[in-house]
Design a protein around this ligand. Structure first.
Ligand SMILES: NC(=O)c1ccc[n+]([C@@H]2O[C@H](COP(=O)([O-])OP(=O)(O)OC[C@H]3O[C@@H](n4cnc5c(N)ncnc54)[C@H](O)[C@@H]3O)[C@@H](O)[C@H]2O)c1
Length: 443
């Protein structure tokens, strides 16, 4: 697996009878041993998956071999885009089960809707593939537990798509935090703000000819097709999505856990609901959630899906409060304030975040996370966002959602996150599946 010189590669490849018909822009991977090449398939490419296909295609030593989607338009768009970037067109495939039968695929990148995340990850691992899994790690707590258990069982790597784990400014801030930058940090305040429009009332209509709705639903029990959830707005229906908490809080909660050095909470509360519009949107658009941890530490999240006012200059952010001051981390770096609330240090990392996109942070900030996943597959790095950590961060979002949906204060076992003596909460630990689509625990 060690990198080899071009000369040695030519010799080795020649001896093995491997052709060298590669284009110049892939020169970087011609310098690597053939075994260092990682062939990926990307599942779900309307929006985030398109961005990830782009990120993987631009990585040395990676090949986007297959584009999988149940929307024929999304396949065509992304196949074309990868071909423009690499001069090689990936295969297009509708059914992820066919993709997983291809023994030449090393890894599956999952950017389909949330109800597909854990089932697809389990199927991929059972087929011997590593997994880059978009956040949230699961649609419900039980699915997350299954994925965490499966990774070591199948000896597969699962990287959660919490790409901030690979951002240089975040890593540096976390290191300084641990070294006492603001004394003992005890409170992480997180937020997200957007101006999402109403999704109206869905009308039952014919399934569009470009969509395989049966496969889009996959593990979820069947519902008639309506015109207001494919694409993207499925996020706001509990049947398929996890609301703004699963969608956007997960990123911030992950950093909050990292900075405070906490895992799972003892007590969870949530208040709010669908306050801005009266429509089909089921999850909250206005939410305040809190998670308390052992050793007097707390995380809060303010979610405003329809009220875009920014806090501390950011539409999604995190502030750590400690005994000696406050640390604000954003995309461009971080700032430190003393107990007089005076700015005492400002670190600018704008170069790293100069290329921001609308379906994730953009090429530059996705690149590090994707590269880390590929290097881990090659045995040259450890994952920055392994699934067991990603599951805990996703669990905070799930517990916040369960507190919101039940209207209960949740008392949890901090070693598992399990809610104590609350049958209503217990019901939301799992979901029902379409017959034949139940995710399989490891054999
Ligand atoms: N890490 C980040 O910054 C980030 C940013 C945006 C979205 N995401 C995550 O990415 C996921 C996708 O979000 P999105 O905004 O792109 O949603 P989207 O609805 O726009 O796209 C989802 C795509 O998945 C496809 N799909 C559905 N079922 C499929 C199946 N069985 N096989 C193959 N493709 C299938 C859909 O046809 C669609 O093209 C979500 O889970 C979201 O949380 C992460």
């Amino acid at each position: 697996m060690r990198p080899i010189t071009r000369r040695r590669f030519v010799k080795t490849a020649g001896a093995a009878g491997v052709g060298l018909a590669v284009v110049d822009r892939n020169a970087a991977w011609t310098l690597m041993a053939p075994s260092d090449r990682v062939r990926v398939a990307v599942m779900g490419v309307n929006s985030r998956g398109h961005q990830l296909a782009r990120a993987f295609a631009q990585q040395p030593g990676a090949e986007v071999a297959t584009i999988c989607d149940v929307d024929t338009r999304a396949i065509a768009k992304t196949v074309d885009h990868v071909r423009e970037l690499t001069d090689t067109a990936p295969q297009g495939e509708r059914d992820v089960r066919r993709v997983l039968e291809d023994a030449s695929i090393d890894a599956l990148v999952i950017a389909a809707p949330d109800h597909w995340h854990a089932p697809a990850a389990l199927m991929a691992m059972a087929a011997g593939k590593h997994v880059y899994l978009e956040k949230p790690a699961s649609h419900n707590p039980r699915e997350g537990e299954l994925v965490v258990a499966a990774a070591p069982r199948y000896e597969r790597l699962v990287q959660l798509g919490t790409q901030r784990r690979s951002w240089s400014n975040v890593a540096r801030a976390m290191e300084e935090l641990e070294n006492g930058l603001i004394g003992r940090p005890y409170y992480a305040a997180t937020w997200y703000a957007n101006n999402r429009p109403s999704i109206g009332r869905g009308q039952e209509v014919a399934v569009p000819d470009w969509l395989d709705y049966e496969l889009w639903q996959g593990p979820a029990p069947r519902r008639s097709y309506k015109d207001n959830f494919v694409h993207y707005d499925w996020h706001w229906f509990w049947h398929w999505g996890t609301g703004e908490a699963g969608n956007n809080a997960t990123h911030m909660l992950d950093m909050a856990r990292w900075g405070l050095g906490v895992d799972l909470p003892t007590r969870v509360t949530a208040a709010g609901g669908r306050y801005r519009y009266d429509d089909d949107w089921e999850c909250g658009d206005t939410e305040i959630m809190t998670w308390e941890f052992p050793d007097k530490k707390i995380i809060t999240w303010e979610g405003r899906s329809c009220a875009p006012h920014r806090l501390d200059g950011s539409g999604g952010g995190i502030t750590f409060h400690g005994e000696q001051g406050t640390l604000v981390i954003d995309r461009n770096g971080y700032r430190v304030f003393d107990l007089e609330d005076k700015l005492v240090n400002e670190v600018d990392d704008t170069a790293a975040s100069s290329d921001q996109g609308t379906v994730g942070p953009g090429d530059t900030l996705d690149a590090g996370h994707v590269a880390n996943f590929l290097e881990a597959i090659r045995g040259k790095a450890t994952l920055n966002a392994p699934i067991d950590e990603g599951h805990k961060s996703t669990m905070l979002a799930h517990l916040g959602n369960i507190a919101s949906r039940t209207g209960h204060v949740l008392h949890c076992d901090p070693s598992t996150g399990e809610v104590k003596e609350d049958p209503d909460a217990e019901k939301l630990w799992v979901r029902e599946y379409e017959n034949g689509w139940e995710p399989k625990a490891t054999e």
